[in-house]
Design a protein around this ligand. Structure first.
Ligand SMILES: *Cc1c(COP(=O)(O)O)cnc(C)c1O
Length: 365
């Protein structure tokens, strides 16, 4: 039996009629950039997140970079980031000229460890950028408390967490602003690249909207240096269509995760920890195992595709070779041990059964 890591073709087969209609609507309109589809999606996505504003951009990395730029964070400033995350979190900080300062993570939630944040704060620290990694919100109560005490801003990297909640409130609602990614493999995926900023802050929203569009609000009038990074009409139309199913599809992921948590308990692997009050959307279901590479090979022999998120810690990347900062041993260990099991709204009961039976077989139960 073959178990693909994620079946994007099945997702689009389910919605094919609606996606075709969205495509036809945009092609017929002959209007492709910053038009009615974008406006409509932005309103719908802001409503979904419970925020006043949404600004559609070209990708998740740009969403995060623009947030920082809109907050005037740049040269000489420091932003606290998790030591274990996708590289984009760090790049966003680097792209605006600021310095990413790693804070180690909790080894079972994989999110920023709030107990380690304060010791990383210096007079140059301007913001904290927690990541809701793998689809579970960071410890936002603690993080917001610390930020408030030290006068720091909080920007959520919510790229993996569309629809995830803490105390019933959705990702995007916990910081001064949040960045989302609609990369095709994300829970709410475009048919190409896409991203969005959400915020309740009117001024931040206004600046972000200007920055994404050549620093301009009025055609050929440029108030500030900007980017060209707008969510295009086609992607906005596709995303608006897919937004209608996000809760149902996230629920299907939750069903798979509950089954994994239930039936893999007791095996010699570390399962993800979900603290009270959290309702993750399981962008990824990540286990830890000391001999990870061997386990991955054995699973592949049984037709099960797994992926490693992420095999190299940001600090160990050649791109950050120049950084002179404290080591992050927890991030390195995490990178060496994590393994993401197949999960998604279109994983069948038979497929998840096969994953569970194979793991039990390999780990000798
Ligand atoms: C995907 C992702 C991003 C960046 O999104 P892109 O759309 O690929 O630019 C940022 N942070 C995290 C944690 C991500 O997973």
């Amino acid at each position: 039996m073959k178990v693909p890591f994620l079946d994007i073709a099945a997702a689009h087969a389910e919605l094919r009629g609606e996606l075709d209609a969205a495509w036809n609507r945009v092609v017929d309109s002959a209007y492709f950039i910053t038009g009615p589809e974008l406006t409509a999606f932005e309103a719908a996505f802001a409503a979904y997140c419970g925020t006043r504003h949404c600004i559609g951009v070209g990708n998740g990395l740009d969403a995060l970079s623009i947030l920082l730029r809109a907050a005037d964070i740049g040269e000489g400033d420091e932003v606290l980031v998790p030591s274990h995350t996708f590289i984009a979190t760090w790049y966003a900080v680097t792209h605006v000229g600021a310095t990413p300062v790693p804070v180690e993570i909790n080894p079972t939630t994989y999110n920023l460890d709030p107990a380690l944040i304060e010791q990383a704060i210096t007079p140059r620290t301007r913001a904290i950028m927690p990541v809701h990694l793998y689809g579970q919100l960071a410890q936002m109560d603690e993080i917001r408390d610390i930020a408030q005490r030290h006068g720091l801003r909080v920007f959520e990297d919510a790229a993996q967490a569309v629809g995830a909640t803490l105390h019933g409130e959705r990702a995007g609602k916990f910081g001064d602003g949040a960045g989302f990614s609609f990369y095709p493999g994300k829970n709410l995926g475009a048919l190409g690249d896409g991203g969005a900023i959400v915020t309740d802050d009117d001024e931040l929203a206004n600046r972000a909207r200007t920055i994404r569009n050549y620093g301009s609000q009025k055609k050929y009038h440029h108030e500030r240096i900007g980017y060209n990074t707008r969510l295009d009409e086609l992607q906005a139309a596709f995303l608006h269509t897919k937004l209608a199913t996000i809760d149902a599809w996230n629920d299907r992921r939750r069903k798979v995760a509950t089954k994994y948590l239930d039936q893999l308990a007791g095996l010699d692997i570390v399962l993800p920890n979900v603290p009270a009050g959290h309702n993750p959307v399981w962008h990824l279901f990540v286990i830890r195992y000391s001999d990870r590479d061997c386990l991955r090979e054995r699973l592949a022999e049984h037709g099960i595709e797994t992926i490693i998120h992420y095999p190299i810690a940001p600090l160990q990347q050649p791109a950050y070779e120049h950084m002179d900062t404290q080591a992050a041993p927890l991030a390195e260990q995490t990178a060496a041990e994590v393994l993401s099991l197949p999960i998604g709204p279109h994983l069948t009961e038979t497929q998840s059964d096969h994953v569970i039976a194979t793991l039990k077989h390999i780990l000798g139960v």
